[in-house]
Design a protein around this ligand. Structure first.
Ligand SMILES: *Cc1c(COP(=O)(O)O)cnc(C)c1O
Length: 482
């Protein structure tokens, strides 16, 4: 433990560290960050956090302000996506909201239907957080392939996958990977017909699409008002433009939400009732989300949705006009995924991933996504209001990057190497073997990513998922070493 240091020096060090990161403001980072382009909203969030920084949301009887703010935030979300009688919780993010919705469904099905070996039915494009929830909570996942052309969930196939053990069915509004809407009402109806709960993952679309609809665009309904939908998750730290650590999960009624709560009185300490995963709960995150929500309001969010939609129109038109680029599916409005095609018009994995490297060298971060079960690897863009001022520069650099990638040596994996790697048993690999494979892939030595990631990603893309998971776990582990 080091000696104490002056505040100014520490803040200076923090600022210096940030200089090595992708920029979180300015519209050049197309994943992870949501920039409303409103410095006043950022300042408000920081100040509101400060007012509540020392408050513990663990006990609303001691800090009644927490219940007031949470009811206000959940009430606002309910007024847009809920239904009469709906209840919910403020959580730390989409993953926690999803974890809780899955836990609620598991416990509800055990309690009401006596299901002891629960299954979670989900389209292959459902967010990885559902797999995490199933893993943490002991559910079996039943993954249903999506339509390979539209990337939308196949409602009939989802209906066919339902069994007496199904406790929850998932639909995305929209999916993260391709930004397309699932057929929510059909999936929810199929679930209801079997008396199974249905969660709509609106983590990314839930605070954008309703306001997009207010601008006059057509948006398929997806909230609790859709018959059969029993829970919804919405991240306020995405298109709510709150700082990270802000999401809401809503249920059709308090009786369903009851299964989310954990209570324990059988110990010598204080009687515990935890509505969500956390015990001690940061009051500041709730306060900043509350402040940003009320600052922007209906009209503010509608104007921001209009800006995102305008940027999306321009980006989509530009991408569709760029030689060698193929946009995947019909994006619902704020997320875009595209591949770079080879001369024969089919997606070219190496070239697509090379474009991400080319763009990074030009100061843009586009998110690479690997292939899955016949769905192509692609580059993903999350558009925000700050994208608006960058569209021309983005498209110009993208055209250059695509041309550069298509003109350069293709990045491929030696098939013999991929075959050899595929024979490795991910669960039996020794630390030395893992280190050897990582070093070979260019991920050794606890360094960040190599400057050119395409060769690494093309190799990873060729490996079985389980092996990818083991290698990436070890790699990230090397970044967190003391
Ligand atoms: C972001 C996201 C999640 C996960 O949320 P986190 O806030 O990253 O934990 C889940 N589903 C969708 C569709 C998302 O976009």
């Amino acid at each position: 433990m080091p000696a104490g240091r002056p505040a100014e020096a520490l803040l200076a060090e923090l600022r210096e560290l940030r200089a090595g990161d992708a920029p979180t403001r300015g519209g050049r980072t197309f994943a992870y960050v949501y920039d409303a382009g409103l410095p006043a909203a950022d300042e408000l969030a920081a100040a509101a956090y400060g007012v509540f920084a020392t408050v513990n949301g663990l006990d609303p009887t001691v800090f009644p302000s927490v219940a007031r703010l949470e009811n206000d935030v959940v009430g606002a979300v309910n007024s847009v996506l809920g239904a009469p009688g709906a209840q919910g919780s403020f959580t730390s993010g989409g993953t926690e909201s999803i974890l809780l919705a899955v836990k609620t469904a598991r416990d509800h099905a055990l309690n009401v239907r006596g299901v002891t070996r629960p299954q979670l039915v989900l389209p292959s494009t459902a967010h990885a957080a559902f797999h995490k929830a199933a893993h943490y909570l002991g559910l079996e996942t039943v993954v249903v392939p999506v339509d390979p052309v539209t990337f939308r969930a196949d409602a009939a196939a989802v209906a066919d996958a339902l069994t007496d053990r199904s406790v929850l069915v998932v639909a995305s509004a929209p999916s993260y990977a391709h930004g397309v809407m699932d057929p929510v009402s059909e999936i929810a109806a199929a679930a209801a017909a079997r008396d199974v709960l249905c969660h709509v993952d609106a983590c990314i679309g839930g605070w954008f699409l309703p306001f997009l609809s207010r601008t006059g665009r057509t948006v398929e309904p997806f909230g609790l008002s859709v018959p059969g939908v029993t829970s919804v998750s919405v991240d306020l730290h995405k298109y709510g433009y709150a700082d990270k650590g802000a999401s809401v999960v809503l249920y059709r009624d308090a009786e369903l939400r009851r299964h989310q709560y954990f209570a324990h009185a059988d110990w010598p300490g204080y009687p515990v009732v935890n509505p969500t995963v956390q015990g001690t709960k940061p009051g500041g995150l709730l306060a900043q989300a509350w402040a940003v929500l009320h600052h922007l309001g209906h009209d503010g969010y509608t104007e921001l949705a209009r800006q995102v939609a305008r940027a999306a129109d321009l980006v989509l038109a530009g991408l569709r006009a760029t030689d060698g680029v193929r946009v995947l599916g019909e994006p619902a409005g704020s997320l875009v995924a595209f591949t770079v095609t080879g001369a024969d018009g089919t997606g070219d994995l190496g070239r697509t991933l090379q474009v991400a490297d080319e763009m990074r060298e030009r100061g843009w971060y586009l998110q690479p996504q690997l292939s899955h079960d016949g769905l192509p690897a692609n580059l993903h863009l999350t558009l925000t209001p700050a994208t608006g001022g960058q569209v021309e520069a983005l498209l110009a650099d993208l055209a250059e990057s695509v041309a550069a990638a298509r003109a350069s040596e293709p990045v491929t994996v030696d098939p013999a190497l991929a075959e050899l790697a595929a024979t490795l048993d991910p669960d039996a690999l020794t630390p030395e073997e893992v280190a050897g494979v990582l070093a070979f892939a260019g991920l050794g030595g606890g360094q960040g990513l190599p400057s050119r990631t395409a060769p690494v990603l093309v190799l990873l893309d060729a490996l079985p998922s389980r092996l990818k998971e083991r290698l990436l776990t070890e790699y990230i582990g090397t970044l967190f070493r003391v």
